[in-house]
Design a protein. Sequence first.
Length: 399
Amino acid sequence: MHAYYLSIVGVLSLLQINESFNVKENLSKDFSYSGGKILSSMNCEADPFALEVFRSNVEKNLGDPALFPGTIAVETRVINILGSLFDLPSSGTGVILSGGSEANLTALWAIRNNNASSHNQQKPEIIAPESVHISIDKAADLLQLKLIKIPTTPQYQADLEAISDAISKKTIALIGVAGTTAFGTIDPLKELDDICQTYELDLHIDAAFGGLIFPFLPKIHSNFNLSFDDLQSLVSITVDIHKMGRVPIPGGGLLWRDATYPIAIQFTLPYLAGKPKQITITGTRTGASAIAFASLWEKNGFQGFQETVMSCLENTRYLSVELEKRGLLIPIKPVINILGVTTPSDFPFNVLELHKILWQHGWTTTIVNGRLRFVVMPSTTKNQLRNLIFLIDQLISDG
Ligand SMILES: Cc1ncc(COP(=O)(O)O)c(C=O)c1O
């Protein structure tokens, strides 16, 4: 069965567990990033050097500082590196955790607890553009927060007026996105911050994907203001290292402007040496991804990361130009390495048909908001994209 039906396979295989199950045989059904044909994922093949470092550090546990003080120091180094990209003040802090979902959940947990007494509400409200990742919905559900989602503008950005209108006495925070999951768009962060200042609200920015893209764009490109200096109400930023950071999963990051903020979610672990205090959901946390990221940064520096970003953007530009030449439509001009494509009425295939055919040829895409979505990650080269364009040409000529 084709991996396109993965969720169904997952359910069936639970019912079929028996002695003849063979791990290797099953894994052979998986796609591999190394083929360069995965255009549906925000993860990618790990950098080979980062992978090697990760492999030799798999036992490192950030949850046990007495045993792994060196790894804790490396985590601090990663927070400093990430912090330098967003002007994190020296009074700030952060943690490396399993990914964007956990980072968003932890951020909202801290926001809820910090606002608990001042708002004294049964069910505090948070407001977000409807472009937010589903992890925000999950977090709101877990934390008993009411999530008010506001339709975006046609450019798939936060609608400032509608957001302002939705604010009530129960509102405790706004959420902005830098690099939406669907199309990579970025919300008007400065304006969101202005609203937060007017109404005395906290601001959390989900830059799980865009956090390792926007800071590397030439300043001339970016009035993106993804900076603690520029955004006075900004309390926390999510930024993943296992997406554009090219380290093996799991690797998420969460930065707080003020180290006192997460004290509201702090717990002491009485059974561990030194009785450490934790501000994370999980106790045991891998240190390997933090070590891999710090080592990769040591090797490649800002410039190396920037080259990766610029090459993805160039490949995205190439793909969008070539698709448009063939009559496909790209309603939102890509800001980063995600394209949302539609087909005109005289095109031989509609979006769903094209999506299915591409999967049959091993190119994985997704359909989001009715558009065929391509995520151009570092594992996909321009040559591979040329092959994709060649395939699309063939499909068009075969009709
Ligand atoms: C904007 C954004 N936030 C959060 C997440 C969740 O990240 P993870 O899958 O690492 O939990 C994603 C995932 O793609 C994302 O795009």
